[in-house]
Design a protein around this ligand. Structure first.
Ligand code: HEM
Length: 285
């Protein structure tokens, strides 16, 4: 996009976010306002007021020189957190709804588990009950495999590395500074690693089966030191929302529900082509 000079978002949107962050910083500085949030941490980091806690890395592992954060850098951080935190979860939730509408037998099993979780705790959903809900975890894992909203990861090579020859494929050296794209979605659907990959099957993630998954063929939250920082929060959020939803409603396919989910080509968030259409039916209490 940089090469083609296509901005990621419009100038109007960019200015809106930049002014929002800039004005907030100015107001907090002028009035001495302190809020326990990410912007405050960034402001403190800029002023050198943050102390590393025991165990924190003191050095920049890539060897890059550290620079002082500008308002623009801080805006970029705030905006990426906003999108990384909201859009990804809402997209995943839409695909959860779609999968439930298309697989009523999965939904019934999930509802049994959800009902038990509520009933065990006097009608309340506890953190422990959510963590113990095994089928919920299997279900969301499979949604994130088949409908992963981040279809590829990118990295920049920091030192020359030769990938050894393998079978008929010759060795290949990736040079320092080169960009690498990791094809997450194709790996999630590669028949070499997944039986019948287009079939929605939460059993792939059961206690008995999950150890059979080949390492690095399942990466909905990325991998390595830059893995999604919000991954546990995202899963908890999605599970709590689904549990409350399924406690009161059943999700159904309607005449507008797509027979097969396809990604919208013009949408960076990985949303479904034509939107996600499902029906809700209130459950008998
Ligand atoms: C289902 C929901 C989510 C999915 C599928 C997802 C996926 C990802 C992926 C694939 C990456 C790139 C990781 C890599 O390069 O190895 C990432 C990075 C990131 N995610 Fe998420 N994410 C989700 C939810 C969230 C939430 C809820 C937050 C914040 C509360 C969040 C914050 C971030 C941030 C800040 C990064 C950049 C981390 C870094 O560069 O060090 N994400 N996410």
């Amino acid at each position: 996009m940089e090469v083609l000079r296509i901005p990621f978002n419009s100038t109007k949107v960019r200015n809106f976010f930049h002014n929002l962050v800039h004005d907030t910083i100015k107001e907090r500085q002028q009035k001495g306002i302190f809020r326990p949030d990410m912007l405050q941490l960034l402001m403190q980091a800029r002023e050198g007021q943050l102390k590393a806690e025991a165990g924190d890395e003191q050095e920049n592992i890539s060897g890059a020189k550290l620079k002082k954060l500008t308002d623009f850098d801080m805006t970029a951080q705030a905006v990426i957190f906003f999108f990384a935190g909201f859009d990804t979860v809402s997209t995943a939730m839409s695909y959860c709804a779609y999968a439930l509408a298309r697989h009523p037998e999965v939904q019934q099993r999930l509802q049994r588990e959800v009902d038990e979780a509520f009933e065990k705790n006097d009608g309340k959903l506890t953190y422990e009950a959510v963590q113990e809900a095994k089928y919920m975890d299997m279900f969301i894992s499979e949604v994130l495999r088949l409908y992963t909203a981040v279809p590829s990861l990118d990295r920049k090579c920091t030192k020359d590395f030769t990938i050894p020859a393998h079978g008929n494929v010759p060795a290949y050296t990736v040079r320092k500074g080169e960009n690498i794209v990791l094809p997450v979605l194709p790996l999630h659907k590669d028949p070499k690693y997944w039986d019948d990959p287009e079939t929605f099957d939460p059993e792939r993630f059961s206690e008995e089966n999950k150890h059979k998954i080949t390492p690095f063929t399942y990466m909905p939250f990325g991998v390595g030191p830059r893995i999604c920082i919000g991954n546990r929060f995202a899963l908890l959020e999605a599970k709590v929302a689904l549990a409350h939803l399924l406690r009161h409603f059943s999700i159904q396919a309607t005449s507008k529900t797509a027979p097969k989910a396809e990604f919208a080509a013009n949408d960076l968030s990985g949303a479904m082509k034509g939107g996600t259409w499902v029906g809700f039916a209130q459950r008998a209490q």
